[in-house]
Design a protein around this ligand. Structure first.
Ligand code: ZN
Ligand code: FE
Ligand code: FE
Ligand code: ZN
Length: 265
């Protein structure tokens, strides 16, 4: 059983290819399920340069995903999902938006600290003007609050702050343990996201330091490539598979209508 639960498409303006090309590539690879989980709209179309307009969600994304589910149902299971943003102050909007949709799952990602989209290559210069230790503390505080919000099913790329290679000087083991204790209580799964291997950090999200904690706490895993181009679907899943064997007893989570189940990889 192999699935890719984290894929994008051209609607977010920083990915290539139509939704259907992602599905077709997943079929070629022989995946059992593909999760279409593009960046969700934000209230008042905030930070629209990297996401679809809310209008496009209703008139394009949602109907296209549902049509693809039907069209390919004999070849692959297509999951209807989004990658949500945890951004303090938007919780009510997100809750209402999620409530208007029968998503199979919602990924909860932290891409902003304050108004700074820290994973956006356009704003990487800001890393030179902040204290990296403080940044990690703030980042994990946001991850913790995203878990406490109850809005999401999967913690997305849960050490994204390392994307451009910035590492804390202090040992953050205690911060990590406190964070993932809250994640465990939330019932969320943590994704193994292979896109970090294609970024300057050249490492899977999350690190093995985090996966050890995740495994010790018995937090379930999901798998995602975070593909922003169709040929990246399932990319580096041989590496991910090994991590699932090592840190997840060889099991991954599936989601249908926001209910989790578990299968052997
Ligand atoms: Zn993206
Ligand atoms: Fe993301
Ligand atoms: Fe993503
Ligand atoms: Zn992502």
């Amino acid at each position: 059983m192999l699935v890719d639960y984290h894929t994008h498409n051209q609607l977010c303006k920083h990915a290539d290819g139509a939704l259907e090309e992602y599905v077709q590539h997943a079929i070629q690879l022989g995946l059992n399920e593909i999760g279409l989980a593009d960046h969700t709209p934000m209230p008042n179309d905030w930070d629209i340069e990297v996401r679809m307009y809310e209008e496009q969600f209703w008139t394009d994304y949602k109907p296209t995903v549902l049509a693809l589910q039907e069209k390919y149902k004999n070849q692959i299971t297509v999951k209807f999902a989004v990658e949500g943003d945890f951004f303090p102050g938007t919780e009510k909007w997100v809750e209402e938006f999620n409530g208007k949709n029968e998503f199979d799952y919602v990924i909860g990602s932290v891409h902003y600290l304050g108004e700074w989209g820290f994973d956006n290559p356009l704003y990487v210069g800001k890393f030179d003007h902040v204290d990296i230790d403080e940044l990690y503390i703030s980042y994990y505080d946001h991850i913790k609050r995203s878990a406490q919000s109850g809005l999401f099913d999967i913690v997305g790329h849960c050490d994204l702050v390392k994307k451009f290679g910035h590492r804390p000087k202090k040992n953050i083991e205690e911060i990590l343990r406190a964070t993932f204790e809250v994640v465990k209580e939330s019932g969320m799964a943590v994704e193994i996201n292979t896109s970090g291997l294609r970024k300057p950090v050249k490492e899977v999200y999350p690190s093995e330091q985090i996966l050890k904690i995740v495994s010790e706490f018995g937090i379930p895993l999901t798998l995602g490539s975070d593909a922003h181009t169709p040929t990246d679907v399932g990319r580096d899943f041989d590496v991910a598979r090994e991590l699932v064997e090592k840190y997840g007893n060889g099991k991954i989570s599936l989601f249908s209508k926001r209910v989790r189940s578990e299968v052997k990889i």
